[in-house]
Write a protein that binds this ligand. Structure first.
Ligand code: PMP
Length: 394
């Protein structure tokens, strides 16, 4: 019956992570997967999140199903975090559903796009997070790419050129901050210019905000969201709490659709509910309640903001440390990109062969594209990594 089923090739990043777990070497360093590790190489349990967990556990009673769109307190907390007191929110123009992680939000959006924009393609940055293509194609949405990265910078002219050719109602996926995998973001002026073009060309922007707080700060990283809001919308936004609350396995995220009118927002919400109903029916309770409690309790919200600031500051310090050691060890080469790239990731410029050598000879794991998760560095391993990189670059 199942003889014709081909083997699954595996997800390149998750497979690498498994290979790392099995690697018996003492000094191995995992810089492949997009996870924030603390100074001790551990995934942190944030104090704000632990306190919220206790509150949620103590308050827990019966466990009914949540509504298809998720818990009301989670959805409104997410809206306040992302949209503040913007008139679009007050006007009821924003439909928000609780997702199963932001991956779940992306999937619901992909089904929505396929159903209601059947002729539209989605434009992805080249390169992008590998799973973007898989999620949209999995829902039957045709994908194509726009140029994004060249010689350590955003290829802004190439990007605009490609988007100028895109047919009206095409969907354009944009990383709101901390671009994965390159770590290279648009400047404020570039966002403003891009938003103007998207509006003029009647393209539908779709922001992916998986790393809010890791660029310049929780509010600062909403620059693109504010630009699109102020331009009047419409747009889609998938956001994640996996990284900024360190709740990866709880699968907490959301999808918001900013609409031209409240009436349209209500219809969009209805269709999102339909997509959810025929997929996983409704999201789980616990993680969403923990996130809502952090966001809705002023002391915990402030504690969380401080914890996010500390994670971002630590990554920046690691970028500096790596830059310093590498610049001393490989004097002919410019490593300034480690300082200018933002968020968890750096495109190192290492070739696939050099990445293989890092893994095989030195036990240092990067993704084969040369993407390094800088959030895996700490003061104990940064020198080991710099030495290993210097050796493969020699
Ligand atoms: N978008 C991007 C760009 C990501 O890097 C990730 C996580 N690696 C996600 C979405 C999904 O995150 P999650 O499902 O954990 O919220």
């Amino acid at each position: 019956m199942f003889a014709h089923i081909p083997p699954y090739a595996g997800d390149p990043i998750l497979s690498l992570n498994e290979a790392f777990q099995k690697d018996p070497r003492q000094g191995k360093v995992n810089l492949s997967i997009g996870i924030y590790f603390d100074e001790n190489g551990k995934i942190p349990a944030l104090e704000s999140v632990r306190k919220a967990e206790h509150l949620v556990v103590n308050a827990a009673g019966a466990r009914p199903y949540l509504p298809m769109e998720g818990a009301a307190n989670f959805r409104s907390a997410v809206q306040t975090l992302l949209f503040g007191d913007h008139p679009a929110l007050k006007a009821g123009r924003i439909a928000t559903i609780q997702g199963v992680g932001s991956s779940g939000g992306l999937k619901v959006a992909a089904d929505f796009i396929k159903a209601h924009f059947p002729a539209s393609k989605i434009y992805l940055s080249s390169p992008t997070w590998d799973n973007h293509r898989a999620v949209f194609e999995g829902s039957g949405v045709e994908t194509t790419t726009y140029p994004y990265y060249q010689d350590g910078q955003v290829d802004f002219a190439g990007m605009l050129d490609a988007l100028r050719q895109a047919p009206a109602r095409s969907v354009v996926l944009l990383h709101a901050c901390c671009h994965n995998p390159t770590g290279v973001d648009l400047s404020a002026a570039q966002w403003t210019e891009l938003v103007k073009l998207l509006n003029e060309r009647e393209l539908l922007p779709f922001l992916d905000l998986a790393y809010q707080g890791y660029g310049d700060g929780l509010d600062e990283d909403l620059f693109a969201v504010r630009e699109l809001l102020n331009a009047g919308g419409p747009f889609l936004l998938a956001n994640s709490f996996s990284k900024n609350m360190s709740v990866y396995g709880e699968r907490c995220g959301a999808l918001s659709v900013v609409c031209p009118t409240a009436e349209q927002a209500e219809k969009v919400l209805g269709q999102l509910k339909f997509m959810i109903r025929r997929n996983y029916s409704n999201p789980p309770t616990f993680g969403g309640q923990v996130v809502a409690t952090v966001l809705n309790t002023p002391e915990l919200n402030q504690m969380w903001r401080n914890e996010v600031d500390a994670m971002r500051t630590r990554i920046k310090a690691m970028r500096k440390a790596l830059h310093e050691v590498l610049s001393a060890k490989v004097p002919g080469r410019n490593f300034d990109y480690f300082l200018t790239q933002r968020g968890m990731f750096s495109y190192t410029g290492l070739s696939g062969e050099q990445v293989d050598a890092l893994k095989d000879t030195h036990g240092v794991y990067l993704v084969r594209s040369g993407r390094m998760c800088v959030a895996g560095l700490n003061s104990k391993n940064v020198e080991v990594v710099a030495n290993a990189m210097a050796a493969v670059l020699a």
